[in-house]
Design a protein around this ligand. Structure first.
Ligand code: NDP
Length: 242
């Protein structure tokens, strides 16, 4: 695959991990398009943009069809809500699965056929350490992220002879607006002053992951060097799941 000027779609590319990935691909000479809901955040990113809710099947299909095909797709949009599984409302469960699992499949269904036609491409989902282990009070999120890995492994087998690949990057706690909001929520609920330190301590390295570390893995997966890497979960977690 040519290594510059490829078309890259990053869902959720207006913030956090997605923005770091968008910037890394731009800096590598690729043409980046970001997708998200908030027009102000999209505009501030400075990238070509698709304003769309990745959970809205018809809108997502139309938005992707309106753009030239993508060589590399990073299905990154997602979000976490916390609740004890036994007290969770059905609507909240459904929302977590729609945002973190179904949207990844919808994004693949709208973009991967073009990769198959071209005989090349990279589909990368942003999973989580919650793709391979459970977390108390994040059961729906973990169920969705485990599902992402099952879908990616299956897609990888379906793509194996096409020249395209599918993989997941699974970060541990990463310093983004989403995590900051979650830590603020815990601090407000508990009155604790050491919330950031307690999240950092979950990583054996004793720190949060930086978004650019996740972006570096995406760049590598999109390189020729990773042509044989297919159906994998790349854990970026300082050893949390080791
Ligand atoms: P942020 O909240 O910083 O960014 C999320 C991005 O997704 C934003 O651009 C947001 O834009 C977009 N987004 C959210 N919902 C939708 C939607 N329905 N349709 C379209 N775009 C949407 O989160 P992070 O960068 O932290 O998270 C990115 C991914 O990384 C997620 O999948 C998350 O689960 C995963 N992850 C994060 C970890 C962390 O500790 N931060 C750890 C492991 C995985 P807008 O709101 O405008 O739509």
């Amino acid at each position: 695959m040519a290594q510059q000027g490829r078309r890259v779609l990053v869902t959720g590319g207006s913030s956090g991990i997605g923005l770091a990935i968008a910037r890394a691909f731009r800096d590598a000479g690729e043409q980046v398009c970001v997708a998200g809901r908030d027009p102000a955040k999209l505009e501030a990113s400075g990238f070509e943009r698709l304003q769309v809710d990745v959970c809205d099947e018809a809108a997502l299909d139309a938005a992707i069809a309106s753009a030239p095909p993508f060589d590399i797709v990073i299905a990154n949009a997602g979000g976490a809500a916390t609740a004890p599984l036994m007290k969770m409302a059905r609507a909240d469960w459904d929302r977590m699965l729609a945002l973190n699992l179904t949207s990844v499949w919808l994004t693949a269904r709208a973009t991967v056929p073009a990769m198959i036609r071209e005989g090349q491409g990279r589909f990368i989902a942003i999973g989580s350490t919650a793709s391979v282990k459970g977390y108390a009070y994040a059961g729906a999120y973990a169920a969705a992220k485990h599902g992402v890995l099952g879908m990616i492994r299956s897609l990888a087998l379906e793509l194996a002879k096409t020249g395209a690949t599918a993989n997941a990057i699974c970060p541990g706690y990463t310093d983004t607006p989403m995590l900051r909001a979650a830590m603020d929520g815990v601090a407000a609920k508990t009155g604790r002053g050491d919330v950031e330190a307690s999240f950092a301590a979950i990583n054996p390295m004793g720190r949060l992951i930086a978004p650019h570390e996740v972006a570096a893995a995406a760049l590598w997966l999109a390189s020729d060097a990773a042509a044989s890497v297919n159906g994998q979960a790349i854990l970026i977690d300082g050893g949390e799941t080791a």
